[in-house]
Design a protein around this ligand. Sequence first.
Ligand code: ZN
Length: 148
Amino acid sequence: MKFLCVECDRQMQFEERQLPGDGTLAAAFRCPACGRTVALLTNPMETQLVASLGVKIGGTTIQPQPMETVRGMVTTGRQDAFVEDGEQGARGGPRWSADAQERLTRVPNFVRGMVKRIYLDYAKERGIAEITPAIMDTARTELGLEEM
Ligand SMILES: [Zn+2]
């Protein structure tokens, strides 16, 4: 990750970094030519994603510990994991309609597995055989998951 000062076309230099206990990362970069500074603030999830990419900030690699969580989630979000779940229909679990599958592909990769699981559990609990966009809408409203 690099920051460029557009006006000077210079790479900004890392200036300070804070890693508060809640996982939020704050970093500042300063242009050596004009002195302009840029601050980067990430939430805990983004911090873990950055860490999982092995990005070094200020010469210090963020602790590798929490990133395994993210890697696991990325793995569950893979396309082939999605196919496996689609085949679950044959084993008695809820199926995904083509529309619903299409909609699921618009969910960001790293949360897709989790989102999928939420809908699957919802459908199973209610004996729903096929998950459709309409079911997803209902589930979202009932579970209060407006963002998914
Ligand atoms: Zn500059």
